[in-house]
Structures are given as C-alpha cells and as structure tokens.
Design a protein. Structure first.
Length: 194
C-alpha cells in the first residue's frame, strides 16, 4: 500500500525534535550533516552547522529557561533529578503532567537557498548584545549574522521561530537543479510507462 498524497513528505523540508538537554546541540549538528550530505550540499556544512549550533544553544539557554515547565512529581524518592532512582509517577486525581517543551530544528532546501529554522516555546525574541570579546558567551547572534546571508525571527502560536538563510553557490545550485531535473524526468517516465 502506498502513501496517500496527504501523508507524502517533502524531501526538501526536514524536521528534528530536540529534547531540552545539552546533548541536543550535538544531535542538531549530526542531523544537519546527514541532511546536507543527502542533499549533496555537504560543502555548506561548516557554516550551517555553526549557525544551527548557535540557534539551538540559544533556545536551550534562554527560551527554555524562560518557559515555565511544571514541576514533576515522583514516587517516594522525591523530586526527580540526576541520581534519583525512582520513576515518575502520578497520584490519582492529579492533573496530567505537561511534557517538557521541545525545540524543533527545521532545514528547508529551495534552490538557490537553504533555510535553517529553530522553534522553541518562548515568545521572547532574540536580542543582539554588544559583543564582549573576553566573555565566554554573548556572541552567538553575531556569528549567525556573519555566517548566514540573513536571519530573523517570528512569533508563532506556541513560541517563536528563529531562522537563518544561506545562499547556495552557483555550482551547488546548478547541481541541485540538475538533480531535480533528473528526478522529475524519472518521475515523468515512470508515470508515462517508459
């Protein structure tokens, strides 16, 4: 049984849900590398991965800290945390526990551009600060601005999305166009019975 048209996915739009953990930055980089390689755009990895890392890190640092996450109840061992041996349980009559907010990384390829977008549950927009070149943090948005052609953010129903746009170089755009043409030709042949 084939996929219905409503369930078919666009191979040029990919998403990755990220948990609110520091390991998510590495997961985002790995997802970006796999996606760009699959698209034949591996030469863009360094710039896009740097920006992806910064956007996910900002979401982890600022957006999730600002988002209110209800305290979870656990068994008799107390509040769950590192080293808590007990599973999360819920007493009869308690309201259902809300899941931890997620960060979502989206990569979109539309020749001659690739967009990296990170959504999070906070409605507060990113703020570019005056860089302190001695501090360990605070330069992330400057890096995003330097390595992408443009960037911005938009509020959404459940938070915001911060995006960065990358232009494909001419060779990559031509290669992608040729790959799309090959794919369309193969699809046309398949439906024409060749």
């Amino acid at each position: 049984m084939g996929l219905s048209p409503a369930l078919a996915t666009d191979p040029d739009v990919v998403n990755c849900a990220l948990a609110p953990r520091l390991e998510s930055v590495r997961t985002a980089r790995e997802f970006t590398k796999l996606t760009l390689n699959r698209w034949g755009l591996g030469d863009l990895f360094d710039d896009i991965a740097l920006v992806t890392s910064e956007l996910v890190t900002n979401a982890l640092r600022h957006a999730l800290a600002a988002a209110s996450v209800p305290e979870q109840r656990t068994s008799a061992w107390g509040k769950r945390g590192a080293g808590s041996p007990g599973p999360i349980t819920q007493k009869f009559g308690d309201a259902p526990q809300a899941p931890a907010p997620l960060i979502r990384l989206s990569l979109v390829r539309r020749a001659p551009q690739v967009v990296c977008a990170v959504s999070d549950p906070s409605s507060s927009g990113p703020v570019t600060r005056e860089p302190d070149w001695v501090a360990e943090s605070g330069r992330g948005l400057h890096l995003v601005d330097s390595f992408s052609q443009s960037w911005g953010w938009h509020p959404v129903a459940a938070g915001k999305v911060v995006w960065a746009l990358f232009e494909l170089d001419e060779a990559a755009a031509l290669q992608e166009g040729a790959l799309q043409d090959i794919g369309e030709t193969q699809t046309e042949r398949r439906y024409q019975g060749e």
